[in-house]
Design a protein around this ligand. Structure first.
Ligand code: 15L
Length: 267
């Protein structure tokens, strides 16, 4: 395999769970990281149980890895303290681990919510200014920026994947353009790990859906070829969901309903 040991953070999460078998052929060992012990370790896996907010534990977990697939941290809008500890401080600890332990490449689960307040018809590319739609999105902006520094200054390559909606299948109208199938998600992360040179790359993450809301040509050098699309689900989704109001925030903007959420600490 291309890699000796890949660390996957968030390995117990929705996407971490599918990346474990999906990336297995790329490394002799997969180190799966989570906050709780795993009860389903495969022979090619070893576990690292820690909290990303713990700097020493996080740095220790990166030892003797040659790539990191960083999918840990908050996965939706969350209270500031969670965003700060798990996503901002946690990702800083990951990058420090990479710097101290000589890790060459990191694939990071960024999100559409890093640029969620761009309008759909703007057809933005990967180099559009960031427009986060939530504190969650701001934490994605932070890590995209941190990873750029660690490339420019310390030579650690990163691919920041602005994943749209990766679920077993599309369930609402937005998903008809934002869907990333699980298999395509694995293809995207694999391309990010195996492309000869990525430097600091930002890529959108979606399947080959018919309706396209962003322009991903800036990430062509990854060689990602989506094989799936949302069309097989269209009729069922349209039958069970109301026609969208074109003026509502969640229809106008890439971030969808995240654009309508209040401040997470106002409860
Ligand atoms: C995300 O970033 C979330 O992790 C996911 O749960 C979905 O809400 C997704 O965005 C989306 O916008 O569909």
């Amino acid at each position: 395999p291309q890699y000796e040991r890949i660390l996957i953070t968030g390995a117990a999460g929705r996407l971490g769970t599918i990346l474990r078998p999906g990336l297995a052929h790329l490394a002799s060992k997969i180190r799966v990281a989570g906050r709780h012990p795993f009860d389903d370790l495969c022979p090619n896996e070893e576990e690292a149980v820690f909290d990303l907010s713990d700097m020493d534990a996080t740095i220790a977990a990166t030892e003797s890895c040659d790539a990191i697939v960083h999918f840990g941290g908050a996965s939706v809008e969350s209270p500031w303290q969670t965003i700060l500890d798990a996503s901002i401080r946690g990702s800083y600890h990951i990058y420090e681990g990479a710097r101290k332990n000589g890790i060459k490449r990191i694939v990071y689960a960024s999100s559409v919510h890093a640029i969620g307040f761009h309008e759909i018809e703007a057809q933005i590319g990967v180099d559009a200014p960031v427009r986060p739609d939530s504190l969650y999105g701001v934490s994605k902006n932070f890590v995209e920026s941190l990873s750029r520094l660690y490339w420019d200054k310390f030579g650690i390559e990163s691919v920041c994947l602005r994943i749209f909606s990766s679920f077993p299948e599309p369930t609402d109208r937005r998903h008809l353009w934002s869907y990333l199938s699980f298999d395509d998600c694995v293809r995207l992360v694999e391309a990010s790990l195996t492309a000869p040179r990525v430097g600091h790359t930002i890529s959108f993450g979606m399947s080959d859906n018919k309706v396209k809301t962003v322009d991903n040509t800036g990430a062509n050098h990854l060689g990602y070829r989506p094989q799936d699309n949302s069309e097989p689900f269209r009729a069922a989704v349209e039958a069970k969901t109301p026609a969208p109001d074109p003026k509502s925030l969640s229809t106008r903007y890439l971030g969808g309903f995240f654009c309508e959420l209040g401040h997470p600490d106002d409860e």
